[in-house]
Design a protein around this ligand. Structure first.
Ligand code: NDP
Length: 275
C-alpha cells in the first residue's frame, strides 16, 4: 500500500499531497468508493456540501479501521451559505458524523454578492473553536486573496483551484508560493479529457506508466496537492502510485507547455454566479 507524503501548511498542520475527490459520486455509492480509496492508501478525502455526499463520506470513515486522526477530511462552504458559515459547517459535521473537519474551504468567492471577506472572518472563528482544524479558500484569484490579506489578519492555508496541464496557473502558483499558501489542484486530470494527448502518452510510455500517473507526478513535482476522482478501483489505486518514479526537467517542461488559453473546464471565478 502506498504511503502518501504530506505538505506542510502555514498554520503548522500538514495535508496529504494526493487525496481522493468525490464530486459527482452519488451519496449511496460514496461509502463504497471511499472505502476502496482508504483501503488503497488514501488518507485525504475531498467533499463539499454541494456534492450531496457528505453522509456517504462519513459512513466510510465510520466503517473504516483507520483512526480518525489519520484521516484528512475536507468539505466546503457553499455559495448560498456565505452569510451563515457556522450553521453550514455544523450541518456538514452532522452529515459527516464528525466533530471537526481537517480543512474547511470557501467554495467560490462569488464577488458579485461581496460576502467572502465576512465569511472568511467567520471561518477564522470556527477554526479558533476547533470545528475546522485548518481553513482555506477555493477558486480565489490573486485579487481576492490580496483583499483577504488586506482586510483580515489570516492568510488562507490552501487555495483549491482548477489546475492541470491545460491550465497551469503560473500567476496564482507564484502568488501562493510568495504568501505561504499551498496550491491544491481540482480536476487535476482535466476530468480525463487530456489523457490521450500524444505528449503525455509518449512520456507515459517512457516510464511504463499510465498518462494519468504522469499528470499526477507532474503535480507532485510542482509541489501541488492533487485530489483526483475515479469511481474505478484500478484507477483509484493507480492514481496513488506516483511516488516511485520521477519526471525529468524536460518532461516537466513539455507537460507545462500543454497550457492553453481555452484550457479551463469550469467557470471563471470572477464571473461565476454560483448557479
Ligand atoms: P479529475 O480531473 O479528477 O478527473 C476525473 C475523471 O478522470 C473521471 O472521469 C475519471 O473516470 C477519470 N480518471 C480518473 N483516474 C483516471 C485514470 N487513472 N485513467 C483514466 N481516467 C481516469 O476531475 P474532477 O472534476 O472529478 O476533479 C477531482 C476533484 O476535485 C473532484 O472530485 C472534487 O473533489 C474536486 N473539485 C473541486 C472543485 C472546486 O470548485 N473546488 C471543482 C471541481 C472538482 P472514472 O471515475 O470513470 O474512473
Amino acid at each position: 500500500m502506498t504511503t502518501v507524503p504530506s505538505v506542510p501548511l502555514n498554520d503548522g498542520t500538514a495535508i496529504p499531497q494526493v487525496g481522493y475527490g468525490v464530486l459527482m459520486i452519488p451519496d449511496d455509492e460514496t461509502e463504497a468508493v471511499v472505502t476502496t480509496a482508504i483501503e488503497a492508501g488514501y488518507r485525504s478525502i475531498d467533499t463539499a456540501t454541494i456534492y450531496g455526499n457528505e453522509a456517504g463520506v462519513g459512513a466510510a470513515i465510520a466503517a473504516s479501521n483507520v483512526p480518525r486522526d489519520e484521516l484528512y477530511v475536507t468539505t466546503k462552504l457553499w455559495n448560498t451559505d456565505q452569510d451563515r458559515p457556522r450553521a453550514a459547517l455544523e450541518s456538514s459535521l452532522e452529515r459527516l458524523g464528525l466533530s471537526s473537519v481537517d480543512l474547511y474551504l470557501i467554495h467560490w468567492p462569488m464577488p458579485a454578492q461581496d460576502r467572502y471577506v465576512d465569511a472568511w472572518r467567520a471561518l477564522r472563528e470556527l477554526r479558533d473553536e476547533g470545528l475546522a482544524r485548518t481553513i482555506g479558500v477555493s477558486n480565489f484569484e490573486v485579487h481576492h486573496l490580496e483583499r483577504l490579506e488586506r482586510e483580515t489578519d489570516v492568510v488562507p492555508a490552501v487555495n483549491q483551484i482548477e489546475l492541470h496541464p491545460r491550465l497551469v496557473q503560473p500567476e496564482l502558483r507564484a502568488f501562493h508560493a510568495a504568501h505561504g499558501i499551498v496550491t491544491e489542484a481540482w480536476s487535476p486530470l482535466a476530468r480525463g479529457a487530456l489523457l490521450d494527448d500524444p505528449t503525455l502518452v509518449s512520456i507515459a510510455r517512457a516510464h511504463d506508466r499510465a498518462p494519468a500517473q504522469v499528470v499526477l507526478r507532474w503535480h507532485v513535482q510542482l509541489g501541488n496537492v492533487a485530489i483526483p476522482k475515479s469511481a474505478t478501483p484500478e484507477r483509484i489505486a493507480a492514481n496513488l502510485a506516483v511516488f516511485d518514479f520521477a519526471l525529468t526537467d524536460d518532461e516537466m517542461a513539455s507537460i507545462s507547455a500543454l497550457n492553453a488559453p481555452d484550457g479551463r473546464t469550469g467557470p471563471h471565478p470572477d464571473t461565476y454566479d454560483g448557479s
